[in-house]
Design a protein. Structure first.
Length: 215
């Protein structure tokens, strides 16, 4: 398979023992793993070449009296190279608005993290509000809400059409996410505009990830 990016987003899942099971593939060239915060330094200790994304970062910078928060600067120090910002689950369950996402994007850029910025069907408004004043290149992930965790994927024609519209607004690398697995990944990676995939549920299964990386 091509060297398009495969990003596994473990969300609020995984364990130390599952990470150990993944140790042999952690340093695959095109694989990035988005881990729960405490597993980040742990993954680095298992395999120093692993490429790690955090799943979110604080709206606050540096260090300070913000109980429970983890700043982008801390994530960088702990071993993350990327951070996911604006995932639809953060928007839905934590009421993340454009101004919150905008602060997170700017903090992540100041911390020199690479950003995986997620949009859904409402991408036009999201990009306008979330990326105000941002002029740096970021990786975008198009994740239609209707496809996340449902097993129902859009057609490749649909993904091509939407990603073309996204590219017209923001010309950058685009990932597709939503019910990607080892059986359908090649359909999505075959789309001209699509530079990689963001995988949720299937990224917790070692065999699935292996066959996505090796096919
Ligand atoms: P699923 O692959 O489980 O549909 O999740 C997609 C996703 O939200 C990845 O960030």
């Amino acid at each position: 398979m091509s060297k398009k990016l495969i990003i596994g987003n473990w969300k609020m899942n995984g364990s130390i023992s599952l990470l150990h099971d993944f140790s042999e593939i952690l340093d695959k060239e095109n694989f990035i793993i988005a881990l729960p915060y405490p597993l980040i330094p742990f993954a680095k200790s298992i395999n120093p070449n692993v490429k790690i994304a955090a799943q979110d970062c604080s709206i606050f910078r540096g260090k300070g009296a913000y109980t429970g928060e983890i700043s982008a600067d801390m994530l960088k120090e702990f071993g993350a190279e990327y951070v996911i910002v604006g995932h639809s689950e953060r928007r839905e369950f934590f009421n993340e608005s454009g101004s919150i996402i905008n602060k997170k994007v700017k903090n992540a850029l100041l911390a020199e993290l690479k950003i995986i910025y997620c949009v859904s069907e409402n991408f036009e408004n999201q990009i306008k509000n979330d990326l105000e004043g941002v002029d740096t290149n970021i990786i975008m992930a198009y994740e239609p809400i209707s496809a996340i965790g449902t097993g129902i994927t859009p057609s490749t024609d649909d993904v091509f059409a939407v990603t073309t519209r996204i590219k017209n607004l923001w010309d950058t690398k685009i990932l597709y996410g939503g019910s990607v697995n080892s059986s359908n990944i090649s359909d999505f990676l075959g789309i001209e505009n699509v530079n990689g995939v963001l995988v949720g549920g299937a990224s917790l299964k070692l065999d699935e990830v292996k066959s996505m990386l090796w096919d």
